[in-house]
Write a protein that binds this ligand. Structure first.
Ligand code: GDP
Length: 295
């Protein structure tokens, strides 16, 4: 994961790690290389610039050059800032509703249906919940079939209503169904399109308004780089969502989305998807990710 970025940051910091004493020139060179590494990883120019500025200010503030192990202190500063950039403290998922209603949003192909299954499985096996999966894609019968397949895979009930083409009424009936059948979590999988369009946004906004979810999650494919950030912004403008799910982090992603999303929409990444299997889900810990990236 993020091998290329990891390698480049390691190289950037290598110069400092080797020195007892370092100079202002060493620091300036390192900051330049860090910025370059972030840009190569598809981090937005402004975010990369602000990042290195903050590292620089902290380095000055902590009098890095006069400390005993300046290189190590610099590495720590970069790690802390990277953690902060990716979200700082971990924010869990709100499971206080009865039932807790979770709305999934995102483009087609982002991994919504797969993640809905993973989340249902996670909540069932790790949090002792009894979830209900709800198919609200009224345009693609295959999407409904896919959710049923996923439901069977993880042993979770799936609610669908094939004749009904109104996602609001499906979602509402599903919640009523959950209440009468003892489901304490309802995961609503919605229709996505290949790109942001007005009708899709209107539809999901209507569902959102009608069911007032406890958690609205935005699912995005990490492989799409800066597009992931733009899509997140568009969905957040409409839904004011609670958290981001970054999928396909097992692929050859450069990492820019993971690093940039929090600072653009100011919403935490809550989970990551790391494969096609139902178990390939992880809670996102910014500090662990920063550790991983910086080796
Ligand atoms: P949806 O259209 O948003 O519901 O997307 P799907 O759940 O159908 O996922 C689209 C494709 O991405 C499928 O082939 C999934 O198996 C795949 N996929 C989903 N999540 C991941 C992931 O974390 N890693 C990998 N490698 N593939 C994923």
């Amino acid at each position: 994961m993020f091998d290329n970025l990891s390698e480049k940051l390691d190289k950037a910091l290598h110069v400092l790690k080797g020195h007892g004493q370092i100079t202002e020139i060493n620091v300036a060179e390192t900051l330049k290389e860090i910025r370059r590494a972030l840009l190569d990883a598809d981090v937005n120019f402004k975010i990369a610039k602000e990042f290195t500025n903050r590292v620089k200010e902290k380095a000055i503030g902590e009098n890095v050059l006069t400390t005993l192990q300046p290189g190590q202190l610099m590495v720590k500063i970069v790690k802390d800032e990277l953690t902060e950039l990716m979200g700082g403290d971990v924010t869990g998922i709100n499971l206080n509703g009865n039932p807790t209603v979770i709305l999934m949003s995102g483009l087609q192909g982002s991994g919504k249906t797969t993640f809905s299954g993973k989340l249902a499985n996670y909540l069932k096996t790790k949090k002792n919940k009894k979830p209900l999966l709800v198919a609200c894609d009224v345009y693609r019968p295959a999407a409904i079939d896919q959710l049923h397949v996923v439901g069977v895979q993880v042993g979770v009930d799936v609610y669908s209503d094939r004749g009904n083409n109104d996602p609001v009424s499906i979602a509402k009936s599903a919640i009523a169904h959950a209440k009468t059948n003892g489901h304490n979590v309802v995961i609503v999988d919605t229709a996505g399109r290949l790109a942001v369009d007005e009708q899709m946004m209107k539809e999901i906004a209507n569902v959102h308004k009608a069911i007032q979810p406890h958690e609205t999650l935005f699912v995005v494919d990490a492989m799409t780089g800066q597009d992931a950030v733009n899509t997140a912004k568009a969905f957040n403008d409409i839904l004011n969502f609670d958290g981001v799910i970054l999928t396909k982090l097992d692929g050859d992603t450069r990492g820019g989305a993971a690093i940039s999303i929090k600072s653009v929409v100011n919403k935490p990444i809550k989970f990551i998807g790391t494969g096609e299997k139902m178990e390939a889900i992880d809670v996102f810990y910014p500090s662990r990710m920063a550790d991983r990236i910086l080796g």
